[in-house]
Write a protein that binds this ligand. Sequence first.
Ligand SMILES: [Zn+2]
Length: 234
Amino acid sequence: MFTHHRTEGIILRIRQTREADEIFTLYTKEFGRLDVIGRSIRKSRSKLRMNMSLFSYVEIGFIQGKSYNTLTDAFLISDFKRAKRVLGKLSLFYRISEVLLSLVYGQERDEGVFLFLLRSFQKIEETNLSKGKIELFFCFFSFRLLYFLGYKVYIEKCVFCKEEIKGEGYFNSKEGGVVCGSCFRRDPAGIHLKDVKSLQCFFGNDLEQIFNQNPKTFLNILENYLAFVPEVKK
Ligand SMILES: [Zn+2]
């Protein structure tokens, strides 16, 4: 028996396969991460293919088979055309897709992640982003995504002595949290932060505050931390 489904989602990856098929990987509202095959889609000059461009927000119909899902129709909701024309924003879409697909690989519904992804794409479309802001937006997206997926970064207190840290501190990727100065002297591993509170803003919603931070510091923290998250596919 085949079941027909409808869902909305964002196309995060397109792979070409033998013949003229294409496999689309979407993050969807109803199914989480989802792969669908467009049969002979490269041969056709159909609207279906036009509507299924990379990083577009679409509503799709598909038939769930035993081992794969076959795309039947697609309706374009938004193609984020303005953002895609800006090279920095286009590369941000690529990086967001890459980090999401490296952290989420089973089909599991999570509407929170879907809405966060959609709002992030909309924000990128609407906002003027300098090079530094693009890096900070990527950090914001990744930290929040990790939070949604259950990787909470400990930013309230020192992971070792549980004392509150005022001002200067360190981020310890292995422990997944901040470390105070005296604990750091006993176990000197971590990235220096002038003010540990600056890391907290990445878990809030105030983009202006995030855009005031140093992109290099937080990219460094993010990359170090991702290396310690076990589920990340290398
Ligand atoms: Zn401590």
